[in-house]
Design a protein around this ligand. Structure first.
Ligand code: CP
Length: 355
């Protein structure tokens, strides 16, 4: 089965990912060649959660391609505030727009939207689950700045439990040859086990660290992340975690000259502002690369008849997913879609085990 939704980069082959990167690089070289590519097309940006970069870079991407945008950035200003279901909202918007970019606080919501849209759906972040177009941003940046996506030692630091950008990035880079990972976090915010499974399945080397200063020396890439305050059960738990890892000039002194520093942004205190002028600090440039990656993605999804993304095989399970953060817990009309992994039954929406 093939589709035109971007829910999870994991189901894409390196060749498909390479096609997006190459297209983004072509657009970067001659952006004016593409200014009428999406004339008369409409992108809907449905942001049920706050965003600066993802929402505006998608809107800018469509405008630069000659298309137009509709949408909301606060669901309380839409009929969601009157209790409209995700299914009904998406069904309606799918009749207005040619492509939908959605961010939602609940895991699996982009997959749910894709069942009813009738037009391509792009996952712009679903709860603490995935954020594939951030990963697209990250890999376009790596391709342009490092010239490769393989043979890299990547340190990921911060909130590895709730940071959906980290999950998507590791899942994608694990597919490329000889990448290794240093997972720098507190015990409480360590990476979910399903990501470790993916690293093992791909024979990637990985190590755990709770000390950024000690781990920074051998890295090619340091990917810093924000502690995701909005995902904590209590303020006290957040307070205990914030500011544990701060990249400052003193720690950076031990890094390689060609290590690059990435961050999906927004930042809180995890990178001190005096690092912004260091040539290794690429996080603002990274956000610009993201816009070109999103232009490439829109073009391929709308205009390239050969650009399909593989669907995994699913079946309807007898049981509902028990993950309290899964969209199936909120929107009870959704089918109990599941897939099999290593003999286990997994929820197709949130990727948590169902059996
Ligand atoms: N990186 C990222 O997703 O930023 P926004 O939340 O501002 O979209």
């Amino acid at each position: 089965m093939e589709n035109k939704n971007l829910i999870d980069l994991e189901v894409m082959t390196p060749q498909q990912i390479d096609k997006i990167i190459k297209k983004a690089q072509k657009i970067m070289k001659n952006p004016s060649d593409y200014r009428h590519s999406c004339d008369s097309k409409i992108l809907a940006t449905l942001f049920y959660e706050p965003s600066t970069r993802t929402q505006m870079s998608f809107q800018t991407a469509m405008l630069k391609l000659g298309g137009r945008t509709i949408g909301f950035d606060n669901p309380m200003n839409s009929s969601v505030s009157k209790g409209e279901s995700l299914k009904d909202t998406i069904t309606i918007i799918g009749g207005y727009a040619d492509i939908i970019a959605i961010r939602h606080p609940i895991e699996g919501s982009a997959t749910a939207a894709s069942l009813y849209a009738g037009v391509p759906v792009i996952n712009c972040g679903d709860g603490g689950h995935l954020h594939p177009t951030q990963t697209l941003t990250d890999i376009v940046t790596l391709s342009c700045e490092k010239g490769k996506l393989d043979n890299l030692k990547i340190g990921v630091c911060g909130d590895l439990l709730n940071g959906r950008t980290v999950h998507s990035l590791i899942k994608t880079l694990a597919k490329y040859k000889n990448n290794s990972f240093v997972l720098i976090s507190t015990k409480e915010l360590s990476i979910p086990l399903y990501i470790i499974d993916i690293l093992e399945k791909n024979n990637c080397k990985y190590e755990f660290s709770d000390n950024l200063a000690e781990s920074i020396g051998g890295l090619d890439v340091l990917y810093m992340t924000r502690i995701q305050r909005e995902r904590f059960a209590s303020e006290a738990e957040y307070e205990a975690q914030k500011n544990v890892f701060v990249l400052d000039k003193e720690k950076l002194a031990a890094a390689k000259d060609d290590m690059i520093i990435l961050h999906p942004l927004p930042r809180n205190n995890e990178i001190t502002v005096d690092i912004d002028d260091d040539p290794r600090a690429l996080y603002f440039k990274q956000a610009q690369y993201g816009m070109y990656g999103r232009m490439a993605l829109i073009l391929l999804l709308l205009q390239d008849d050969e650009f399909f993304i593989d669907n995994r095989e699913t079946t309807v399970s007898e049981h509902k997913c028990s993950n309290p953060k899964c969209i199936t817990q909120q929107e009870d009309y959704l089918p109990n879609l599941s897939y099999e992994k290593k003999g286990m039954v997994m929820c197709d929406f949130c990727d948590k085990r169902m059996d």
